[in-house]
Design a protein around this ligand. Structure first.
Ligand code: ADP
Length: 547
């Protein structure tokens, strides 16, 4: 027997529609690339979102078409989240920090029809537009007064586009499983892989984080430092309008000084970012003597935070850290926060240490750990194995990528995270290692295999292996281990000079060491496990302790 309740689909425009009705005057403030702070309420935002949807229809956009963004956090990017997804197209946020080749690959793989670009990234796009096979036009996210001279073809101005349209749009009643957004994440081998979100997964994720430890309310002022181009800014753009929280966007500014100033001026209560951002903020606070007293919670995720960072923020500045875990493939939030009952039962020192755990599984996310043969391990807080997850906001397959999908899931259909974890009986998790071959620097991925393959193109190099080394500011930085070719005597400077124009600058290894032999596994692959063991006491020259 079926229930007799309305079968209303869970669609993204419903989120902002609610905010426009109930919280129209609550502000969204954005530091802009052009300079000044822009302010408006959820009501005005919604009107512009509808203008944008009309503009997209005028451009001939059809349901399912992909529309790319290359943009910082700001109000126009937020409008694209709602306008593009709402009218049935797919909002494809692209990470502008990637190397040009990867950006071109991603834009071609997604077959994006139009690109919306911030002023900051016009030059970047000019450098790769000739390689883009499907792009029909570019919309520069500014007004006529700030339009740059550009060699880009078919360029439009965002504000001019919106000005020509009506501020009402009849949202289509889509199937809630329709694709809404696309975000690529680094692959261990070669090319990035696309995670394709749906309206349903997005709405459920927004609700899921609100009933979990990220819970926001109408009193909150939220500053997501985590970019809108990175896993939908951890769900905040979709969760904030549900409760009528005020949003603050930091635009192109990520430094501690700007963040502290925004916290104070806008009375920010909750902010989210990776540990590298909070380390930068701490540096500034220590040097300036300034405070962050308006905050009631700092959310840290994307990488494991150092104990010293949690201690300083909690003890010296009195702001509780809320630590979460997730992935692009899990929308991203899958676990967050230590259960408040457990936290209350702990002594202050233990409370801080408990925060190093990645948190308790959210409602909706099932977790299991398995050994190398895929056998389940107990959830006893001791056994550690590869973490697998499933749930309504976990990917069921990468976009158009059979190769990546081949080993992304186990026989029961659970998604393999590539993280190694232990799970406690009440589903608090601790990430202990990573089985995927990647290096995470400042919250962004470096593919060790890409780095190795590029280095091996150097005629002086017989074999090369990249491993993650701990770094006090970036979390991890790459160390390149090189076996010179017979008769060759390469040096560090030569290797780095060779790599310089072939990879993104921030991918360059922090050090290069030479050895006669790199360890291999029985099947002939480089044994990263053994290599990590050999270099476990090695300290990068760049890794002096932060003050
Ligand atoms: P995000 O950076 O938003 O978490 P990514 O898809 O870029 O999303 O990265 C996900 C990966 O980052 C995880 O699989 C894990 O390896 C690592 N990671 C994420 N959060 C944490 C955390 N809190 N502690 C340790 N590693 C983490």
């Amino acid at each position: 027997m079926k229930g007799l309740m309305m079968d209303t689909p869970l669609l993204i425009p419903s989120l902002i529609g609610h905010a426009a009705r109930c919280h129209a005057e609550v502000e969204i403030c954005s530091l802009t690339v052009e300079g000044p702070m822009h302010r408006y309420g959820w009501g005005d935002c919604y009107a512009r979102v509808q203008r944008l949807a009309n503009a997209l229809r005028s451009l001939g956009i059809e349901p399912g078409d992909r529309i790319a963004t290359l943009a910082w956090n700001g109000y126009r990017h937020l409008e694209l989240y709602y306008g593009v997804s709402g009218m049935g197209a797919v909002c494809h946020t692209v990470n502008p920090r990637l190397f040009a080749d990867q950006i071109a690959y991603i834009l071609n793989h997604a077959a994006d029809r139009f690109i919306f670009v911030d002023l900051s990234f016009v030059a970047l796009l000019e450098g790769l537009i000739d390689r883009l096979t499907r792009v029909e036009g570019v919309i520069i996210m500014t007004d006529e007064a700030h339009m740059p001279k550009t060699s880009l073809p078919n360029v439009l101005c965002y504000e001019t586009l919106l000005a020509a349209e009506a501020d009402h749009y009849d949202w289509p009643v889509l199937d809630e499983r329709s694709a809404s957004a696309l975000c690529y994440t680094s692959g261990t081998t070669g090319n990035p892989k696309g995670t394709l979100y749906s309206h349903r997964s997005t709405v459920l994720h927004a609700l899921g984080i609100l009933i979990g430890s990220f819970a926001l309310s109408g009193d909150d002022v939220v500053l997501p430092v985590v970019p809108l181009f990175h896993v939908q800014s951890w769900g905040i753009p979709h969760a904030a309008p549900l409760v009528g929280a005020k949003l603050v966007f930091n635009g192109p500014h990520f430094d501690g000084e700007t963040l502290q100033r925004l916290f104070e001026e806008e009375q920010v209560t909750v902010s989210l970012g990776v540990p590298t951002i909070w380390l930068g903020l701490l540096d500034h606070l220590r040097q300036s003597g300034k405070r962050i007293d308006s905050l009631r919670m700092l959310i840290s995720g994307g990488a494991a935070p150092p104990l010293s960072m949690v201690e300083a923020i909690e003890r010296d500045y009195g702001v509780p850290i809320n630590h979460g875990w997730g992935m692009t493939e899990t929308s991203p939030v899958a676990a967050a926060g230590i259960n408040p009952r457990r936290l209350a039962s702990l002594a202050p020192d233990d409370r801080i240490k408990a925060k190093l755990k990645q948190g308790q599984a959210l409602y909706g996310v099932d977790m299991k750990i398995v050994d190398d043969d895929g056998n389940r391990l107990p959830h006893d807080g001791k056994a550690a194995g590869e973490l697998l997850v499933r749930g309504p906001w976990v990917t069921s397959g990468y976009y158009n990528d059979p190769e990546a999908n081949a080993d992304a899931f186990d026989a029961e259909g659970w998604f393999r995270t590539g993280d190694v974890a232990s799970i406690e009986p009440d589903h608090h998790i601790l990430i202990t290692d990573r089985s995927k071959d990647l290096i995470k620097s400042g919250g962004e991925w470096i593919s060790s295999i890409d780095l190795e393959n590029t280095a091996m193109g150097n005629p002086d190099v017989a074999e090369a292996a990249a491993i993650a080394m701990p770094h006090p500011k970036w979390g991890e930085r790459p160390l390149l281990v090189v076996v010179p070719r017979d008769g060759a005597t390469p040096d560090k400077e030569g290797i780095l000079a060779y790599l310089e124009d072939k990879i993104a600058k921030w991918w360059l290894p922090d050090d290069v060491v030479f050895t006669r032999e790199i360890p291999h596994t029985a099947t002939g692959k480089i044994s990263k496990l053994e290599l990590r063991r050999i270099y476990k006491d090695y300290v990068l020259p760049t890794a002096e302790r932060a003050p």
